[in-house]
Ligand binder design. Structure first.
Ligand code: DGT
Length: 200
């Protein structure tokens, strides 16, 4: 009798991350991870953005692992860097407009990371980078865009849903589509197969 595959916990409240796993047919349980992301970022202030995204992914997974010792816990994080400045999710509609005004005509570096933790061991991590070139955005467009996309984009780093009107912000995108959506799904699926969570 073949043993059942280990359970997978997604340490996330992210609708985008849940949608990716749902569409891929991956069985999991989503549980938000309560970590102080700003405190972790502050401790790592001198680190590279990819390292910070990775550390946050590990922290989210590690926060839940002790309560689910039989499971693999997947954590993920995305952060945006523009002109060397890091941006998290906007705090208000006006803050979202400020972000977009700053992003206009610049390139967004979107770092997405993931980590798998089991018991007290981080078994795997991965980070990926996508680059999104923002076209020149008029104040009128920004207003029109937020009329349509607020408050949904309040839950997204970079103030966009690429699968919705966010695509109108960009002149060019290089990088993996899933990295843009907030999690490097293809490497995640590979790691899940490698650890027996998914059928290889
Ligand atoms: N729907 C959508 N969401 C996106 C897109 N790009 C990024 N995101 C979302 C994914 C994440 O939910 C969010 C990035 O913020 P975080 O990495 O801090 O995750 P969040 O706090 O949402 O959830 P978590 O920390 O995983 O519980 O932005 C996109 O193109 N479409």
């Amino acid at each position: 009798m073949k043993a059942a595959p280990p359970r997978l916990i997604l340490a996330s409240k992210s609708a985008s991350r849940r949608a990716m796993l749902d569409a891929a047919g991956v069985p999991y349980e989503a549980i938000p991870a309560d970590v102080d992301e700003r405190a972790i970022e502050a401790e790592l202030s001198g680190a590279a953005s990819a390292e910070i995204a990775e550390a946050l992914s590990v922290a989210k997974a590690a926060a839940l692992a002790p309560a689910h010792l039989d499971a693999f816990v997947l954590g993920s994080d995305s952060l945006v860097v523009v002109d060397g400045q890091r941006f998290d999710k906007p705090t208000s509609r006006e803050n979202a407009a400020e972000h977009l005004r700053f992003f206009s005509g610049k390139t967004i570096e979107l770092h997405s990371a993931a980590a798998l933790v089991r018991d007290d061991t981080c078994e795997w991590t991965y980070t990926d980078l996508a680059r999104l070139t923002v076209r020149d955005l008029s104040d009128e467009f920004i207003e029109h865009y937020l009329e349509q996309e607020w408050p949904a984009v309040g839950y997204t780093v970079g103030v966009f849903r690429i699968e919705a009107m966010g695509v109108q912000l960009f002149g060019e995108i290089t990088g993996d589509q899933f990295t843009v959506l907030g999690m490097p799904l293809l490497p995640v699926l590979g790691a899940l197969r490698e650890h027996g969570v998914l059928q290889a």
